[in-house]
Write a protein that binds this ligand. Sequence first.
Ligand code: NAG
Ligand code: NAG
Length: 279
Amino acid sequence: MKFICLTLLIINGITDSISEQYKVVGPADPVFAVAGEDVILPCSIKPNISVVDMRVEWFRSDLKDSQLVHLYEDHEDRNIEQIQSYRGRTKLNHPELQRGDASLKLSSVRVSDEGLYKCFIQSKSRSDDATVNVSVEVVGRPPVITVDGFDHSGGLHLQCESEGWNPEPDLEWLDSEGVSLSSETTEMHRNTEGFSVKHTITLHHSDDKIHCRVKLRHHMLEALIISNMFHSWRTSVIVISVFVVLSVIAGILIAVFAHKNRGKILVFLFYIFYVNKTV
Ligand SMILES: *[C@@H]1O[C@H](CO)[C@@H](O)[C@H](O)[C@H]1NC(C)=O
Ligand SMILES: *[C@@H]1O[C@H](CO)[C@@H](O)[C@H](O)[C@H]1NC(C)=O
């Protein structure tokens, strides 16, 4: 009898541990969230048994001090110890817990939400966890192009700047045909608002339109400079040159004329002087 009881106990123990055998699964790739929008941090157990009776804890594994993001225990959410900045922004879908899905919905994403999260699921006899790497994308302000003057060889200096991105965006200059132009200098800074970029370029050929494009994955902002200014500067150089050439020709003609009509020249000069004065 004792032997049978022991056997039954062992068998019971084995079936128990088999039914409790599970793995916590998170996403293989980083999760990209856009600042201001909502995001789901995926987490589930395999096989998909119910986690209703388990403890589900979401915490930040990359932070030192208070780490709790969301806690579900004894069939309810217990968020008294939750990190202040997550207050009211986390939600577990309770009906989904029955299907083994412990994904966390995080609303109004902030830059500070970027980091590593652990989804920790604990039953009476075991526990397992999965890591979720969250990246927060912030679309910065539209780029601004400024004209920074001309160099000695007549090149036009342009500067394009854009602020408030996360992570680092790509900046490129494009000509009117959409061909990429290489930047002369490039700068990247990081502050509390995110990354700011600044590129400069020197143009030696007049081009109708120059675009400055800032891109981050599927987000893109663009600024356009229509180089009318460049044109009018060129035009004025040409006008001045033509004027100088014409003046020289006129001077030579006058000189030749004066040489041939020495007697009449005084009257002519007087005439020019008089007309200029009265006009
Ligand atoms: C568990 O997953 C299987 C296959 O993916 C599915 O058919 C089944 O309905 C799921 N069970 C629950 C409780 O969601
Ligand atoms: C998290 O994802 C980001 C963005 O893809 C990556 O740069 C970073 O190395 C990842 N961190 C870890 C710990 O995997």
